[in-house]
Design a protein around this ligand. Structure first.
Ligand code: GDP
Length: 196
């Protein structure tokens, strides 16, 4: 697919307000500041498809982008803000879990984590829900340019090892929006998910 043609379709205040469950959908999730917006912009070769560096704690919308008819990318709000009240966090997590488990058109989940701080509780929870729903997962270790090549490889192997414990289809790759690391691998994976 030509990811450069990706364009904004709609925003939804929550998962229940997303458009009809049809076509093929791939969701992007990650802690706030993990580099999700930068990754989406890099993958689609666009400067500001997904906005970067939002105000922490602000209510965020779910954004839907279309690569081409019937092929959509879902940008889920970043999780893990310390400032968000517990009750809101719990509600949001429940909704997220429901989305991962019930959305029929969802064919894959990309979980982005800073290569220096991977596999936090909520990251693991996301993977767990996806695996439980037999949804394939691509873990992207973002900002890979922050580590030297030796440390980067060691971290990749360590997280691949950790990913085995989930028992499902969980792949792990390094990614850098800044340097373009992993961009081709991600596009190839999305192609497979979009056209099984
Ligand atoms: P989001 O909250 O997950 O959407 O994260 P952003 O895309 O807004 O990125 C958060 C911060 O990390 C910003 O300051 C980005 O400039 C920085 N960042 C994102 N991707 C990279 C990367 O590949 N390399 C480096 N060095 N910094 C990055």
């Amino acid at each position: 697919l030509n990811y450069r043609q990706t364009h904004f379709i709609t925003s939804a205040p929550d998962i229940r307000h997303l458009p009809m469950d049809k076509g093929v959908e791939i969701a992007f999730a990650g802690r706030s500041n993990a580099g999700k917006s930068s990754a989406l912009n890099r993958l689609t070769d666009q400067k500001s498809l997904a906005r970067t560096s939002k105000t922490p704690g602000r209510t965020q919308l779910i954004n839907m982008f279309e690569v081409r008819t019937g092929c959509n990318l879902i940008d889920l709000p970043g999780y893990g803000y310390a400032q968000v009240p517990l009750e809101m966090k719990q509600k949001w997590q429940a909704a997220l879990g429901e989305y991962l488990q019930k959305r029929e058109c969802l064919q894959g989940l990309v979980v982005l984590m800073d290569i220096r701080h991977p596999m936090k509780d909520l990251d693991q929870q996301m993977i767990y829900w996806a695996v439980e729903s037999r949804l394939p997962v691509l873990v992207l270790l973002t900002k890979a340019d922050k580590l030297k090549s030796g440390a980067r490889k060691a971290q990749l192997l360590k997280i691949r090892e950790a990913a085995l414990a989930f028992g499902g289809d969980v792949e792990v790759e390094c990614f850098s929006a800044l340097k373009g690391i992993g961009v081709d691998q991600v596009r190839r994976k999305l192609d497979v998910w979009f056209a099984p």
